[in-house]
Design a protein around this ligand. Sequence first.
Ligand SMILES: [Ca+2]
Ligand SMILES: [Ca+2]
Ligand SMILES: [Ca+2]
Length: 393
Amino acid sequence: MKRIGSSVFFVFAGMLCPGFLSAQSGLPFEIVEYRPAPGQFVDYTSFLQEDQRVEDLDNAQICAYLNAQCENLPFSYLISLGGFGGSITVRLKESLRNEEGADFKVYGNAFYDPAYTPALTEQPGGSAEPGIVWVSRDENGNGLPDDPWYELAGSMTDDTATVADYTITYYVPDSIGGDIPWRDSRGDTGRIARMDVHPQESYFPLWLASDSLVLSGRLLPANARLVTKPSGATQWVLFSYGWGYADNHPNNSELSDMDISWAVDAEGNPVELESIDFVRVVTAVNQQLDKGVGETSTEFAGVEPLARPSTGNEDAAVSRIRVWPNPCRDGFWCSLASGDAGAGQEAGLYDLSGRRVANLRLSVRPSYIDMENLPAGLYLLRVGRSHVKVLKK
Ligand SMILES: [Ca+2]
Ligand SMILES: [Ca+2]
Ligand SMILES: [Ca+2]
């Protein structure tokens, strides 16, 4: 779904940094690879120069076009990755060190529909089109993304409904302007359907393949639910997953922040990376919806390193526990800013009388603490000798 979910960042950047709007934007990233899956928002004709055919496009030319668009609309130009498996790869202009806590933000156009987000619950609803984020270090120093890649584990990585090794094959349709048929590794078939409002000649990235396009990766479960509005009409609502995904929570949410410490290898083991040079985002659901919605496609609007908070007078131990939102209503997310991504550390949530009301394990991967059944008031989240206050409204 293409919609400017939050234009706040664009206005903000434009006001503070007018230089952002010039050709030399100073954006912290550069697109180096674009490999979309078929989709309604991937209008390949926009990349074409005079007399050029889609089949003859090349990656360098497409990236030059996309980089120019990004510079004109910093963090607001939306690049659709198409259906499952479509991807974009960017090079960070400066290596990004893995510091304590989250390190960078991936911008998209996810938004919450106020009707489905009375508070931050585990699954706010609106438009969430989650993409899996991968990171890589330029180990051979050649400036190219040809080094080992590591997936950032997110809240759904180990979910039983997630498929670790999923492959989809998209076929060029018999008629170039037709729906795009696909078959997956489970034997299921379907189509990326054409939409009347997007009448471009083809939804298939013909420069990537002339016959069929095979894309693989981790498949997250479908996240849309058909809900009935008070008027009786029905509508698809796409619910956000917990954390760790692109285009899954609004840009101004901490839940669109990424931590390099979430990196895992192909076996799912945590990997310690000192720094990264490349980020890749891949559409992670395979979902086709009716009612004019179409396929679910992750949108990408940029990557930005997070500003580092000052550590002046903070208690270093306390700053290692991250809690958000705080104050909270139904629950909160918490993580350790550094440490072991695997086992984690034992932690407890205490009420003001000192009663332990919840046990949990805290690691660099966020945990969600459900507060729905607890009375409003002040709580202490304690890890070892460190603690933070959490206020339930
Ligand atoms: Ca980090
Ligand atoms: Ca390299
Ligand atoms: Ca989106």
